[in-house]
Design a protein around this ligand. Structure first.
Ligand SMILES: [Fe+2]
Length: 489
């Protein structure tokens, strides 16, 4: 059976959901959010929930009985050559499988991106190297995950939850030798996964590649979709775009603002226009849901934008979902053999070296050079913005303000004439293989204590004390303190 036929069988088993929302368990407040839709005909048809603790997901499942839930995974770094050899790999897969079960999710959506690369850790997603070899590896890793999900399929189900690969955003730059749509074409030729097409991410591909100088946005989208395997798209995401908070004044280049993916920001008209264009594409034939990604957005604005979405694209989405596809056949297609065939084609060592270079270039320790970095050497402004503005913000402010987390220690550093800014180059000065599942907050705590031990040993006492209090507070918040059953009636 061809990869395409395998995908079709799997897609037929995924229910048609409609227009929904993608949220986090804690933000927005789900109780307040859902109460805004009470009594309305136009309620979200489903919620996609970002990874959280299993207890929190159980609470959401119980509270939202009757609402279809889907799962947005995190922490499966499928773009990385060491993905399946990481020491906690089995635990991560087990947790993902059990969270999918908890939510009864038809799919596992995961970004085609990573926050850990070659022993360097970042706070937000970095896209893959857009090369043919990297696409092979991603396909191989997806097959591996899908095989595990199939083993854990629910009683009576033909397949496990379907792996959906989301096209990631660009944050000012991109490295690779092939185009983004070509990359996803290669992945889908090798593994029967579904895809998530994120409209805002697509805008960033236009904005942060040479495409913005070569064609209009509409022409770019048209060409992109013609090359992209849009027939594999199961879900579409649409979210806000805005200038990054560390971006000082908004910079405009070639007539385009410096927007990046921003879920708290309003959805701009450009994104609605792209969405219209995508929904009209004749090869979009396996769509199961369109979600507004609204984590961190105020509930009032969410309700407004959801109503706008219903008005603009509701009938079109219903029409697309109404096009009947054949019923599931119940044939189970194992994937293990395919994975072995793929693995033989990937030059693991070379790809590992490519990702070491990627991590070092992205963190400013090595200059960009070579074919994969040609677009960046032609116009280095995006990479420079990433290294000098975005990355320091990520380490010092994003996911925990270091100056607030370690107020006493930071005061001491200042008195000694040491700059907190030195923490950024220190963070990236050497690679350290990950020894536990990704958690940026906990890592920030550990690294800061190490930094203080090295640069200001006299302050190690207060640093350790503050670190311990932070870890304890975090553990309590994750365990019982934020059990959602306590806050939802
Ligand atoms: Fe998304």
């Amino acid at each position: 059976m061809s990869v395409e036929q395998q995908f079709q069988r799997r897609a037929e088993a995924v229910p048609k959901l409609g227009l929904g929302l993608s949220v986090d368990v804690y933000s927005p407040d789900l109780y307040e959010l859902m109460s805004r839709f009470e009594g309305l005909v136009s309620r979200p048809a489903y919620l996609e929930i970002f990874r959280a603790t299993t207890t929190a997901l159980q609470s959401v499942r119980q509270y939202l009985a009757g609402v279809p839930l889907a799962y947005h995974g995190e922490g499966l770094w499928i773009t990385q050559p060491d993905f399946s050899s990481a020491p906690f790999f089995e635990n991560e897969l087990d947790e993902v499988a059990s969270q999918l079960d908890t939510l009864c999710s038809p799919w596992l959506n995961h970004e085609c991106a990573t926050k850990q690369m070659a022993g360097y850790t970042f706070g937000t997603y970095l896209p893959p190297l857009y090369t043919a070899e990297s696409a092979e590896l991603v396909a191989c890793n997806i097959s591996l995950v899908q095989a595990r999900l199939d083993q854990r399929r629910r009683p009576g189900a033909a397949f496990g939850s379907l792996f959906l690969l989301e096209m990631p955003p660009l944050t000012y730059f991109m490295a690779g030798t092939i185009s983004v749509p070509e990359y996803f074409r290669l992945v889908t030729e090798r593994t029967p996964c579904g895809l998530v097409l994120d409209i805002g991410h697509l805008w960033t591909v236009y904005r942060y590649t040479a495409a913005r100088r070569q064609s209009s946005l509409a022409q770019f989208v048209e060409r992109f979709l013609d090359e992209f395997p849009i027939e594999r798209v199961i879900e579409i995401h649409i979210a806000g775009l805005s200038v990054h908070e560390a971006g000082q004044r908004a910079a405009v280049q070639d007539g385009f603002p410096d927007w990046i993916d921003a879920h708290a920001a309003p959805i701009p008209v450009e994104s609605w226009t792209i969405l219209d264009q995508v929904l009209q594409h004749p090869r979009l034939r396996h769509l199961r849901g369109v979600a507004l990604e609204v984590d961190t957005k105020p509930p009032g604005l969410i309700a407004e934008e959801f109503a706008e979405a219903r008005g603009r694209v509701g009938p079109m989405v219903e029409r697309l979902l109404g096009n009947e596809t054949p019923a599931p056949t119940g044939i189970f297609v194992p994937l293990t053999g395919e994975r072995r065939a793929h693995q033989a084609e990937v030059d693991q060592r070379r790809l590992e070296a490519d990702y070491v270079r990627y991590a070092r270039i992205a963190s400013g320790q090595e200059p960009p050079d070579g074919p994969a970095w040609k677009a960046v050497t032609d116009d280095p402004s995006g990479l420079e913005r990433y290294i000098h503005v975005y990355l320091p913000h990520e380490i010092l402010h994003w996911g925990g303000e270091v100056i607030d987390m370690f107020s006493e220690t930071c005061k001491g550093l200042k008195e000694q004439g040491l700059s907190l800014d030195d923490f950024v180059p220190w963070w990236f000065q050497r690679s350290r293989p990950a020894d536990r599942p990704y958690d940026f907050f906990l890592l920030k705590i550990d690294r800061f204590v190490e930094f203080v031990a090295e640069r200001a040993p006299a302050l190690i006492g207060p640093a350790r004390r503050e670190a311990e209090a932070l870890r304890q507070g975090y553990e309590e918040a994750n365990a019982g303190g934020r059990n959602l059953m306590e806050s939802y009636p």
